[in-house]
Design a protein around this ligand. Structure first.
Ligand code: ADP
Length: 295
């Protein structure tokens, strides 16, 4: 069982020919909505891979919140831990796509209103969890509290430290598995650009396993025995949105099968995800991952 404690957004996506100038009104081509937020993305990716997934988080009392809850439920996710914050907006990302580029505005809304009390109201979900998976799109005190409850209930605490920021020594001491990209790794440990692999391995708390994702280059594991690297699967990438979220879900779902299996399956799931447009639409099933690996 996987418990995701994290963010829930609706992505509001407008496609148009060019970006408007300040004060200008333009007609767009298309408008679509999709469930997003790193927490919801990772929960959906884990559920597609066949895991029993529950989520703790918050939406607002608006139509976007209702849509988000419906989609999560349709994916088979236990939404009993998701609260509705009165008189607040749900988290949204307003995404404008034009000129082969994008502009994005994120309003965290209810995600930033999640509290330690909200999490404490669902300790039963921690009792059931083998893995607790968090990102950094909810208040830091909630992430820290989830880490403490994971430890208390002997669940593996996996932290995807995104968006990038410096982490406290207390939080680092509670992380079992960390999954940064290079930027997130440097910020999390306040490393400078010149830090070597040996230096990175040395500063890791001894109990921590660190798996750094490197986009099309693959992933590397840092531990007390140094660095190991796996190449990514060679595929034609169409849209890498959601690659990191799919990788994190895969690592969490397959973690109990050992590092090699977990990284291989997480990379296979992510490689399948980058071959289709969109984040959640592209997330594969466990069966698709098995077929891909055997091919
Ligand atoms: P993030 O978006 O969080 O920085 P990455 O870009 O590092 O995440 O991607 C996460 C994982 O997704 C990589 O470790 C790799 O396995 C897979 N991946 C990403 N881009 C590609 C690609 N172009 N081809 C194959 N696999 C990819």
């Amino acid at each position: 069982n996987i418990l995701v404690v994290g963010s829930i957004n609706m992505d509001l996506i407008t496609v148009l020919d060019r970006f408007p100038k300040v004060g200008e009104t333009l007609l767009g081509q298309t408008f679509t909505t999709a469930l997003g937020g790193k927490g919801a993305n990772q929960a959906v990716a884990a559920a597609r891979l066949g895991a029993d997934v529950a989520m703790i988080g918050a939406v607002g009392d608006d139509a976007n919140g209702t849509s988000a809850l419906n989609i999560l439920k349709q994916e088979g996710i236990d939404i009993s831990g998701i609260g509705v914050k009165q008189s607040m907006s749900s988290g949204i990302a307003s995404i404008t796509v034009a000129e082969s580029d994008n502009h994005i505005i994120v309003v965290p809304g209810a995600n930033f209103a999640l509290s330690i009390e909200d999490i404490d109201a669902h300790t039963a979900l921690f009792e059931q969890a083998d893995v607790v998976l968090c990102q950094l799109e909810i208040p830091m005190d909630c992430v820290l509290h989830a880490a403490k409850l994971a430890k208390k209930h002997q669940a593996t605490f996996v932290l995807n430290p995104a968006p990038a920021q410096k982490l406290s020594a207390e939080l680092l001491s509670l992380v079992d598995v960390m999954t940064p990209n290079h930027t997130e790794l440097k910020l999390a440990f306040a490393l400078d650009d010149t830090a070597s692999d040996e230096e990175i391995a040395q500063i890791l708390p001894v109990h921590m396993q660190l798996v750094m994702t490197e986009g099309a280059n693959g992933a590397s594991h840092y531990g007390i025995d140094g660095k190991r690297h796996w190449n990514a699967f060679k595929v034609e990438a169409v849209d890498t949105t959601g690659a990191g979220d799919t990788f994190n879900a895969g690592l969490a779902v397959y973690w109990s099968q050992g590092l090699d299996v977990a990284v291989e399956r997480a990379q296979a799931a992510a490689a399948l995800a980058v071959q289709q447009l969109g984040a959640q639409t592209a997330m594969p099933t466990a069966e698709a991952v098995s077929v891909f690996i055997q091919a």
